[in-house]
Write a protein that binds this ligand. Structure first.
Ligand code: PMP
Length: 412
């Protein structure tokens, strides 16, 4: 059994922390390779959720009783943990949202609505998830602004040369992902950010596929906004963060109105709360935010670099095993990738492959992965996508390759 290099921790020891992995699916041991959609949760995250509801459940910020104080303290602790996790300068730059989708919608609907004018341009890449396309389309339509799209190369990289030519004095916002969910490509975001800043455009980074795998230092990157979903980094669903530079967040109007985001309300006028609360209307996902802290500890105790190095080993092995199968074509072969491998099989629909693999207890994702324009770019309807986390093994990849081979033999 493999170990996590430099830590000596056996992958078996890591697997033991994930209760969900230890079950039979369709009579076979579960092989979970759908980690880019959501990854599994270690016991400590699940226990933190249960502990909160068993011992501390109370609404936060407004109460003076002991439970409310405990819940508030734990909730705010996660804000500090996330500040450290992404190296933000100020804790109030961390806004809790439901995740990346809500974070992007928040920026489009507040920053976008206030600062975009008719004729302005928003630049996206052809690698984007629908969550980083549709909110911009909506606000561009409303404001008479235009979307420009950076093309994607044959291996699945952003075409930087084309990006340079798209940038102009009309560019107001650039929004790209740190890593692609469909292809795994890691984008050169530092360069993308620097080039945008030369044109005084602000940059939003969709970090959905990066937070569990790549180092994130928002000050070094100098990005204006960075979005994270907890459930892609071993944390609970229903929460995540928007990081924004303080000076920008301060200029932005609130997103939703309601409790918590106000300082004072009269029927004549409402004054808004300070950051970060101005953007956190209503009762948030308290339990999920509190448990997210445990997910960060899980990652940090193993070491993000060690996790990434092991996952890269899995990725290379998978690419090698899958590409050796006759009829399989890998989609997304950029040199810099997170642990996502998409592929198609000549003459067999991705759904059929997915179903046959499921019958063998193997969970992969099939379809367009919420990146229909990217699928159009490659002239395909969808792919089969296997994505790996730290608890996966080469033996599981062997089972995947065997399952694909058997499916091909069965269908032909
Ligand atoms: N962007 C990317 C690159 C993603 O992979 C995802 C999730 N598949 C999202 C955005 C949306 O994240 P969420 O569903 O957590 O809001």
């Amino acid at each position: 059994m493999s170990t996590l290099a430099a830590t000596g921790i056996k992958i078996d020891q890591i697997r033991a922390q994930f209760p969900v992995l230890h079950q039979l699916v369709n009579g076979k041991p579960l092989i979970y390779l759908d980690n880019a959609a959501t990854n599994q949760k270690p016991k400590r995250v699940i226990e933190a959720l249960a502990r909160y509801y068993e011992k501390d459940n109370a609404n936060i910020h407004r109460g003076i009783h002991t439970l409310a104080e405990r819940a508030t303290k734990a909730y705010e602790e996660t804000r500090h943990v996330m500040q450290r996790f992404i190296h933000a300068k100020h804790v109030e730059e961390i806004i809790f949202t439901r995740g990346v989708t809500e974070s992007i919608n928040l920026v489009a609907a507040t920053y976008g609505r206030k600062f975009l004018n008719a004729g302005d341009e928003v630049i996206l890449s052809g690698l984007e998830h629908h969550s980083n396309i549709v909110p911009w389309q909506m606000i561009c339509e409303e404001k008479g602004a235009h979307l420009k799209v950076i093309p994607v190369t044959e291996v699945g990289e952003i075409d930087l040369k084309a990006y340079r030519t798209l940038l102009s004095s009309k560019t107001r916002i650039v929004a790209v992902n740190h890593a692609s969910n469909s292809l795994g490509t890691i984008n050169p975001i530092k360069e993308i950010i620097d080039l945008a800043h030369q044109r005084q455009a602000v940059v939003l980074i969709d970090g959905a596929q990066a937070s569990a795998h790549l180092p994130i230092d928002v000050q070094e990157l100098d990005c204006d906004f960075y979005c994270i979903s907890s459930h892609k980094m071993y944390g609970p669903t229903g929460t995540g963060i928007l990081y924004g530079k303080k000076e920008l967040l301060e200029e932005m109007p609130p997103y939703m109105g309601g409790g918590e985001m106000i300082k004072e309300v009269t029927f004549a006028k409402t004054t808004y709360n300070e950051l970060p609360y101005k953007f956190e209307a209503g009762t948030p996902n308290i339990a999920d935010v509190i448990a997210l802290k445990e997910a960060v500890s899980f990652i940090e105790e193993l070491g993000k670099e060690q996790i990434a190095a092991y996952e890269l080993e899995l990725l290379k092995y998978a690419a090698q095993r899958l590409s050796a199968i006759k009829g399989v074509r890998l989609v997304g072969t950029a040199p810099e990738k997170v642990s996502v491998q998409s592929f198609i099989v000549d003459g067999i629909h991705p759904f059929d492959i997915g179903q046959m693999l499921d019958a063998r207890g193997i969970a992969v994702r099939t379809g367009h992965h919420c990146t229909q324009p990217l699928m159009d770019r490659f002239g395909i309807e969808g792919t089969v996508r296997a994505s790996f986390s730290v608890y996966n093994t080469k033996a599981e990849i062997d089972s995947l390759a065997e399952g694909v081979e058997r499916t091909i033999n069965f269908m032909r």
